[in-house]
Design a protein around this ligand. Structure first.
Ligand code: SF4
Length: 255
């Protein structure tokens, strides 16, 4: 990857072998080579990204797909219908996504803001800091949800941080793993070319890797990063062997 960044020299935990850790650029190349393009975000257009970013909080994407289908069948997969819907009806349409009453209220708040702000055409003209702040001011929209929307719906160069990112970077010695959200986001954004396409692909690849092998109990023996990973525990057998065709979308960890 052109413009790949060197990891911060002070970020490697004691007792590891920092010279083995890949740079951010090398890590991207290794993951892309192993898993291929992930084609995120799935769905029909940016409005589905908005809705999906809320629905995917704390649940698997397969549940989000069912909730989106529920909205589609009800003719309510648009901001006007979501705002106008009776809360209990909206909650029933998205029941499969879990915590449906909470998510219904969040969806209505997000869609109300979306409409009052003039929709995509108007919001697309907003400077990134203002747009991000506006999203964060909506009840139930935390940094990860806001950044999902900014990156995948608005094509803005923000790096989405989630538990998978922390886990992998921490194990590789590229981060401590316990940094605050903004600190880790800033480190990723300053260490990579500010390209939304790259950020979107990188985030998706980290999720694919975390699901395939870098799990809470990692399958290091099947990981191609193992020779470069201070936390690797066993000889590699080829990265992503069982994950060439990952799920379309993931669970988003709690914010
Ligand atoms: S070697 Fe193990 S800990 Fe390191 S990235 Fe691979 S699966 Fe994760």
């Amino acid at each position: 990857m052109r413009g790949g960044a060197e990891p911060g020299s002070g970020s490697v935990p004691p007792g590891t072998t920092p010279s083995a850790a890949p740079t951010l650029g090398e890590l991207y190349d290794l993951l892309l080579s192993a898993y291929g393009p992930q084609h995120w975000w799935p769905g029909d257009g940016p409005f589905e990204v908005l809705v999906g970013a809320v629905l995917t909080q704390n649940t698997a994407w397969r549940n989000v797909e069912r909730a989106l289908e529920g909205l589609r069948i009800a003719g309510a997969l648009n901001p006007e219908a979501i705002v106008a819907a009776r809360p209990d009806r909206l909650a029933a349409w998205i029941r499969s996504a879990g915590t449906h009453n909470v998510k219904a209220a969040r969806l209505q708040g997000l869609c109300r803001w979306f409409l009052e702000s003039g929709g995509f055409a108007a919001l697309a003209r907003s400077p990134l800091p203002q747009l991000r702040q506006a999203l964060l001011s909506i009840k139930g929209v935390g940094p990860e949800t806001a950044d999902d929307i900014l990156l995948y719906a608005f094509g803005r160069p923000v790096f989405v941080i989630d538990a998978y990112t922390r886990r992998i970077l921490g194990r590789l010695g590229l981060a401590r793993g316990d940094e605050g959200y903004e600190a880790l986001r800033g480190a990723m954004e300053s260490g990579l070319p500010a390209e939304p396409g790259l950020f979107g692909e990188y985030h998706a690849l980290l999720v694919a890797h975390a699901k395939a092998v870098c799990r809470p109990r990692p399958l290091c023996g099947a990981c191609c990063l193992r020779p470069r990973c201070p936390a690797g525990a066993a000889p590699g057998e080829g990265c992503g062997a069982s994950a060439k065709a990952p799920r379309r979308r993931r669970k988003t960890p709690p914010e």
